[in-house]
Design a protein around this ligand. Structure first.
Ligand SMILES: O=c1[nH]c(=O)c2[nH]c(=O)[nH]c2[nH]1
Length: 282
């Protein structure tokens, strides 16, 4: 039986990069985690121990910092495009570059409505994300967000599901719907104002979540995806992960009290895990 190397790639993960952009009288602050992965002809490294085609991951890490000074000045997508171009154009064995960026969303402090020039607070669990891949055929960008906590206190139901001898879940026409949303969408072009497009898609996601008469997490997931595709020709497809962060009505009967859909226990585990991709018909 012949044995050979199959799929492989390598790179540096979680290059933590922070930068100040200094303006007269105020600063901007950005923080990203960058992961680089190279695919290509690295067979000899694996089978013979020949490193002559292996750009060290340490060099990859240094390249991220070195290019950041000049090129990490706008969106994470633009920086990803620059990094991917750099690695692909300078390393002949490389056939595909994958750059993943996760941005921490620092918010400027404000006092009495006046933005502070150089102080920030952490942006919570939400992160902005992008993956830029590049081959000789060109670049592709998919962007998104993760860690976005969402909750609504009504306009969410779950009824009409099949019941068997193990079903105890009561049907409900009015429940809490809560999730920690992760979304990623593919752009059909890289000629975009990535920042404003991100804000527009995020806003559309939030508005749809809030306004939807939800019959299930699945129903809301699809509504969000459908809306984003309807409003954004530049998006080919969107994938969503929407875990169901259950809030279970707490039984107050032992204490002689009614629970009129007001007191809940939020449970961490187990949790429903709902994922889906919404795409365009060919
Ligand atoms: O929105 C929901 N989808 C489900 O698939 C499901 N299953 C469940 O027990 N509760 C819920 N809620």
């Amino acid at each position: 039986m012949r044995i050979k190397l199959s799929a492989n790639r390598y790179g540096k993960n979680a290059v933590n990069l922070s930068r100040i952009i200094r303006h007269e009288g105020y600063h901007e602050f950005r923080q990203v985690s960058v992961s680089v992965a190279l695919t290509g002809d690295f067979d000899a490294a694996h089978t013979l121990g020949d490193n002559s085609r292996i750009l060290p991951t340490d060099t990859q890490k240094n390249t991220v910092y070195a290019l950041a000074r000049e090129h990490f000045t706008s969106s994470i997508e633009a920086f990803g495009l620059t990094l991917s171009q750099h690695f692909l154009s300078r390393n002949p064995p490389v056939s595909q570059v994958r750059i993943e960026l996760v941005e921490h969303l620092w918010q400027r402090l404000a006092f009495d409505g006046v933005p502070h020039p150089h102080s920030f607070t952490g942006g919570g669990s939400e992160k902005r994300t992008t993956v830029v891949t590049r081959t000789a055929a060109g670049p592709a960008v998919s962007s998104g967000l993760k860690g976005l906590l969402l909750l609504k206190t009504t306009d969410s139901a779950f009824v009409g599901y099949p019941k068997d001898e193990f079903t105890v879940l009561p049907e409900t026409s009015d429940r809490i719907l809560a999730t920690e949303c992760e979304a990623s969408w593919n752009y059909v072009t890289t000629e975009l104002d990535f920042d404003s497009r991100h804000q527009q898609i995020r806003q559309s996601l939030l508005r749809t979540f809030a306004g939807h008469q939800s019959h299930s997490v699945q129903h809301t997931l699809y509504a969000i995806g459908e809306k984003i595709l309807q409003e954004n020709d530049v998006v080919a497809e969107i994938s969503l992960i929407m875990p169901n962060k259950h809030h279970i009505p707490f039984n107050l009967e032992p204490f002689g009290q009614p629970n009129t859909n007001e007191i809940f226990v939020a449970t961490d585990a187990p949790f429903g895990y709902i994922t889906g991709t919404v795409t365009r018909e060919p």
